[in-house]
Ligand binder design. Structure first.
Ligand SMILES: Cc1cc2nc3c(=O)[nH]c(=O)nc-3n(C[C@H](O)[C@H](O)[C@H](O)COP(=O)(O)OP(=O)(O)OC[C@H]3O[C@@H](n4cnc5c(N)ncnc54)[C@H](O)[C@@H]3O)c2cc1C
Length: 435
């Protein structure tokens, strides 16, 4: 009976803790920037030690932001970020914007707002992919350059072989937008769509497609007995109700074993589904391969990088290598942007200690409120879920913005929504098309 009130109290405690941590960090940063304005930054040539960050999504970009704002002005360290994508790719909105036309440009946010504007020499940003890591440096794909590191942060997250609607699998904004438009048109043209995977991406694509095109057959196939199986039973029930309310056919406890042609899907039971489009919403895998040669024993069977509580990788030979975000094996029940950014803060704080000649001592622990999820169930409604494993809270709401939280994310990235010089340079405006 007291579970729910207890959950509210715990939530309030968490919010106070987060606000206190943010305030403390803001005060520290202000103090460092004040020092920089008094003494001036060191000459760029004096910054001879490299902190290399591989991957600049929620985790890597946040480490870069915290370090470039908090390294003391006289520090010999500089930050080098290596990221293949032209833009920050905002995963949260991908499933919806692969169905609904006209907003795809909003999923690609220019880098730099919170990171670039730093004294000369503090940051080098390299648009490239790391192909290998040695004890002393990383190798780049396009330029073949070897970038030496004193401290390395692996924030390469996870990927999906088949790409959209979960991941973009294109490094350039215009190419990524094109892939999203192709999926929108494929869904628009299909009579029957089979969506594989009843996690958040599958549920959102299914409910959006059915809400937008009520006359189509939309079938969701999920291998478990419930949709959204990693979350509490309240969310599972709400998600199923949302799917059924719109008329999505939900097939549970079945896997797709074969799709002999684009026209037929065979399930484990032998049942065959006629369709003209299959949308795969499964198969996210940690992108840890760059460490596989240097330290094979720290790659877990499911591909995550094993880490200590300080988020240094679990290899005594590599005390200067950290991993954070989706790629790190932190036993986070539902890894998401919040947990990735909290891990980023632990890594940044440990690196700042090391930069001052101290031992890394900040530790990462899972906090249940990080697992909060907002699930949309069609074009105009959503449910937000919070649970601590004992009890759960559900908040249903109306959705008025088709692009969800895109504008907020642009603002958090220090950018004016949806103003992108990259698009203007290529003379494509915002790239918007209307429905
Ligand atoms: C469809 C979808 C919806 C989601 N919705 C939500 C949500 O609503 N709320 C929420 O909190 N979380 C959500 N998540 C989860 C969230 O997106 C992830 O937890 C988060 O992106 C993890 O961030 P990350 O920085 O660890 O890794 P990623 O976001 O996976 O980014 C990894 C980065 O590393 C780069 N990279 C990879 N390999 C290399 C290499 N070899 N060299 C250089 N760079 C490399 C990639 O280009 C990429 O930029 C969603 C995820 C998906 C897929």
């Amino acid at each position: 009976m007291l579970e729910k009130p207890t959950l509210y109290v715990k939530l309030a405690g968490y919010v106070i803790f987060v606000l206190y941590s943010e305030l403390r960090r803001a005060l520290k940063t202000t103090w460092i920037q004040r020092q920089a304005s008094w003494f001036g930054p060191v000459a760029p040539s004096s910054r001879t030690r490299n902190i290399v960050i591989v991957g600049a999504s929620f985790a890597g970009n946040h480490v870069a932001h915290l370090l470039t704002t908090s390294l003391p002005p006289n520090s010999p360290y500089r930050v080098i970020v290596i990221e293949p994508n032209s833009h920050f790719q905002f995963t949260w909105v991908l499933p919806k914007l692969c169905v609904i036309k006209g907003h795809e440009h909003k999923a690609f946010i220019p880098y730099g707002g919170t990171v670039f504007n730093k004294p000369e020499g503090v940051l080098r940003w390299i648009q490239d992919r790391v192909t290998g890591v040695t004890k002393h440096g990383v190798t780049l794909e396009k330029s073949n350059e070897e970038v030496p590191y004193d401290i390395l942060v692996i924030a390469t997250g996870s990927g999906v072989e088949k790409g959209l609607p979960s991941r973009v699998n294109a490094t350039d904004k215009l190419q990524g937008m094109q892939l999203m438009r192709e999926m929108q048109i494929d869904i628009e043209s299909a009579k029957t769509v089979v969506i594989v995977g009843g996690g958040a991406a599958g549920v959102e694509v299914a409910t959006d497609a059915k809400a937008l095109y009520p006359y189509k057959n939309i079938i969701l196939v999920h291998s478990r007995k419930v949709v959204m199986h990693r979350f509490g039973s309240g969310l599972q029930k709400s998600a199923l109700e949302g799917l059924e309310r719109l008329g999505v056919e939900v097939i549970l406890g079945e896997r797709v074993v074969e799709n002999r042609s684009k026209a037929t899907v065979t399930l484990t039971s032998g049942r065959e589904l006629e369709c003209d489009l299959i949308v795969n919403c499964t198969g996210q895998k940690p992108s840890s391969e760059i460490l596989a040669n240097l330290s094979p024993s720290i790659i877990s069977p499911n591909g995550h990088i094993k880490v200590k509580s300080t988020l240094q990788v679990a290899d005594v030979q590599l005390p200067n290598v950290y991993a954070c975000g989706d790629v790190a094996n932190t036993n986070t029940p539902n890894p998401n942007a919040r947990s990735a950014m909290r891990q980023a803060a632990v890594v940044a704080d440990n690196i700042l200690l090391v930069a001052r000649g101290k031992d890394p001592r900040n530790e990462y622990a899972n906090y249940w409120p990080d697992g909060v999820i907002k699930l949309t169930l069609g074009l105009d409604r959503s449910v937000t879920h919070l649970g601590d494993g004992v009890s759960e809270l559900l908040f249903k709401s109306k959705e008025t913005d088709e692009a969800l939280m895109s504008a907020m994310c642009w603002a958090r990235m220090g950018q004016k929504p949806f103003d992108d010089p990259y698009m203007k340079e290529r003379n494509v405006g915002s790239g918007m098309v209307t429905r």
